[in-house]
Design a binder for this molecule. Structure first.
Ligand SMILES: *Cc1c(COP(=O)(O)O)cnc(C)c1O
Length: 421
């Protein structure tokens, strides 16, 4: 094959001369051109839920492609989008009655931020500040970087990022500081919205906090009229043990973003759900109050059909039971590390586990990250540490034996790279 001209995401090509080619995906595995297979322990960057190429989702894509493709969604509609919207409203926390489609997690968040500012402008009480949580990640576009943690990923673009108010991450024992800070920044009623990743901050290092904090954040937001935006792009579709993470805090956000698991991980699609109040603020004979947003591929009919098939899988197959079983297995696996001095902060929420390797240096650019990745890949395991943070976020079809193998490999990685203290 001639030299590749593909520029890969989050890839330093100078340090990564050979990039494996995948020719087949199946269940929890990626198959390489040379016949070897790789266990996908991170669900291909958190998108795959039931396993790669669930037959029902593939079938829906095939069937729909015989009648529909992309249809302009301004002024037109189609059955997959209509049916999916009804299904999403039924599955989401109560009160989220409107569904706005886009095509990625980042666009779902951009839409949410625009809805929040539009809401306040249209009700005649403009607010423009966004409150964010320390260490959060909401995407890689300029707007979503602005509401995410600042660091090496976005240092070059810093001059383009807008200002936000940041509340501290609710680390164990310091939850009250987070709430107090949010209460303080809410007091002047300039905050249009608080955006949070409910229960688990993904790209920030799989940091976890209790549902009670989320319940309290909602209470404070409500009291100050600040909209709560739940970015469930990673946490949705069962990852944290429930369909959406917000359920565990018994709250309904004002706006909810979903993408990654929405089509079971098969094809891009995103949705931003909003309350009737947010919709009604834009509903007017005044054209200036229109929600001015669209993606070319908004509500792609084939993607909507894939998402509908995903919803049907949730209804017809014992998905909740699978998730409960996987969560229990993950908890048990993690217990092996309780007394392992190579690791700290062993943590789990639903199907996600994470643990920090005690290594010389931490942070994303820590040399340990790429070394660990190679260590696992050489054993046919796709584990992609965030700096020194090792985590497993597998498809729900993974077996107990496969998980055991992953935990063995993590133990070995600790022996090889850890610096016991
Ligand atoms: C991945 C992610 C996004 C961005 O989604 P893309 O589809 O990559 O644009 C936003 N928020 C969270 C919490 C994510 O994990």
């Amino acid at each position: 094959m001639s030299r590749s001209q593909v520029w890969h995401p989050f890839t330093q090509h100078a340090l990564e001369p050979s990039i494996p080619e995948i020719v087949l995906t199946e269940g929890a595995y990626l198959h390489k051109a040379d016949g070897a297979r790789i266990l996908d322990a991170i669900s291909s960057w958190w998108v795959v839920t039931h396993g790669h190429r669930h037959p029902r989702i593939m079938k829906a894509i095939e069937t729909t492609a015989s009648t529909l493709d992309q249809i302009i969604f301004a002024g037109f509609t189609h059955e997959p989008a209509e049916r999916l919207a009804k299904a999403l409203v039924g599955l989401a926390p109560p009160g989220l009655d409107w569904v706005f489609y886009s095509d990625s997690g980042s666009t779902a968040v951009e839409v949410a931020l625009k809805m929040a500012l539009g809401y306040f402008r249209n009700i005649g009480a403009p607010r423009s500040r966004i409150v964010v949580m320390e260490h959060s990640y909401h995407g890689d576009t300029i707007g979503t970087m602005s509401v995410g943690a600042r660091g090496v990923f976005n240092a070059a673009y810093e001059p383009l990022l807008f200002e936000v108010d940041t509340i501290p991450f609710p680390a164990a024992g310091r939850e009250q500081e987070t709430l107090d800070r949010f209460e303080a920044v809410s007091r002047d009623r300039r905050a249009a919205g608080l955006i949070v990743e409910p229960l688990v901050l993904g790209a920030g290092g799989m940091l976890m906090y209790p549902a009670s904090v989320l319940t309290e954040l909602k209470r404070i937001a409500e009291a100050s009229g600040t909209l709560l935006i739940a970015d469930e792009v990673m946490t949705g579709w069962g990852r944290t043990g429930t369909m959406f993470a917000c359920e565990q805090a018994f709250i309904s956000p004002d706006i909810l973003c979903t993408s990654k698991g929405l089509t079971g991980g098969a094809i891009p699609l995103a949705a931003t759900l909003a309350t009737d109040a947010v919709f009604q603020a834009h509903y007017s004979t005044d054209r200036k109050k229109t929600f001015f947003h669209s993606s070319s591929y908004t509500a792609n009919a084939i993607a909507c059909a894939a998402a509908l098939a995903n919803v049907e899988i949730w209804q017809d197959e014992p998905v909740a039971e699978r998730i409960a079983a996987l969560s229990a297995m993950q908890g048990a696996g993690l217990r092996r590390f309780r007394d392992n001095a190579n690791f700290t902060d062993c943590r789990a929420t639903g199907t996600i586990v994470a643990l920090d390797l005690r290594a010389g240096s931490a942070g994303y650019l820590a040399q340990i990250g790429p070394k660990l990745r190679t260590f696992f890949l050489d054993q046919g395991l796709l584990v992609r540490p965030l700096g020194n943070v090792l985590y497993l976020l597998p498809p729900y079809s993974i077996t107990a034996d496969e998980l055991d193998g992953l935990y063995d490999a993590i133990e070995d990685a600790g022996e090889r790279f850890g610096s016991r203290q």
